[in-house]
Design a protein around this ligand. Sequence first.
Ligand SMILES: *Cc1c(COP(=O)(O)O)cnc(C)c1O
Length: 419
Amino acid sequence: MHHFDYRDHQLYCEEVPVARIAEAVGTPFYLYSHATLARHFTVFKASFSGADPLICYSAKANSSQALLTLFRQWGSGLDIVSGGELHRGLKAGFDPRRIVYSGVGKRVDEIDAAIGADILAFNIESLDELTLIDARAGALNRRARVSMRVNPDVDPKTHPYISTGLKQNKFGIDIDTALEGYRQARRMANIDIVGVDCHLGSQITTVEPFEQALAGLKALLQALRGENIPVQYLDMGGGLGIAYHEETPPEPKAYARPILKALKGTGLRLILEPGRVIVGNAGILVTRVLYRKRAGDKKFVIVDAGMNDLIRPTLYRAYHAIEPVTRRPGETITADVVGPICESGDFLALERPMADAAPGDLLAVMSAGAYGFVMSSNYCSRTRAAEVLVAGERFDLIRRRETLDDLVAGEQVPAWLSA
Ligand SMILES: *Cc1c(COP(=O)(O)O)cnc(C)c1O
């Protein structure tokens, strides 16, 4: 369910015509619907009602300050994967005691910042990391709370680049090593063990991988009990998929069922780290058609957004529906929708049946709220897009379009060659 609908052949976001926003802010821009975000957050949380889970929204899916502020107001915590995301989270007002920190490559400065902020937990991804965190906490005269991120070796059946819970993936610690990690952590001077964590991957569209992971975690929890190593939290990570095209991901309730069942009677508090399922279908990328061209039978629609704005089609061969902002009668064509970047991989869609589009027309690239703007870059010295939030009848710029001066800000030419 989202709030991008047609009225009188015009695409609206809630109560605002998308074309009106394009007039105001130019193209390309990302557009998010407040009502959709609220609905997704509420439905997700309600699916676990009774368990009183701590939802730690996964910042990397979309780390806009405006969106983070909303999630905080709705009672969310935050899952971060870098010192940059810690900075964003603290700036958006998150209580550090609701922040969990995952990631295989935490640097010393990032670890120090998170210890200093007194976050809820580090999700530990290697025994080396555990040793370093203990040492840093000691050096800072603080304590650090940890969960082991277990790699349960299950196949999430998603794109290989976003699968993280297989043993050949770099993420997490296998169950046996994790148990060893808990034993070591218990003896460490500056570490408090708080939980068990896992995250299987992203855009997972069946519940089976979660069920398989739960079986592995259950065995680990049992072993921990056997060794008298108490934990308070079970963190099931994120990864629930959304419908981009023809996927049929489980409803949040169906996803919640096996998790709640496994949790029952354990006394553990549940942590969840949803990202995509909250923001993915709450955002679109709006772009303008620049040109059309033909090469034999092949048709191209050339638009002003490229792989630097939305890299998912290029990186994962991801499908994003592309809809006209103004619907009008006319023929359907099959075309590649491509951007201005000097790479043949610069496409938003390939061989896509779509309404014929003329120069000047606006197109909406749907389901672009997650891993959209956050993965954008300045490649080809393109300024990054604006971001807009709609709430009812109002719309607000939440990130201005970058300027040409932004492109060179921070650069300097050494004096010896600027003469
Ligand atoms: C990316 C990530 C998430 C969120 O994944 P989604 O598929 O967007 O729900 C959660 N936890 C960790 C550790 C992650 O790396």
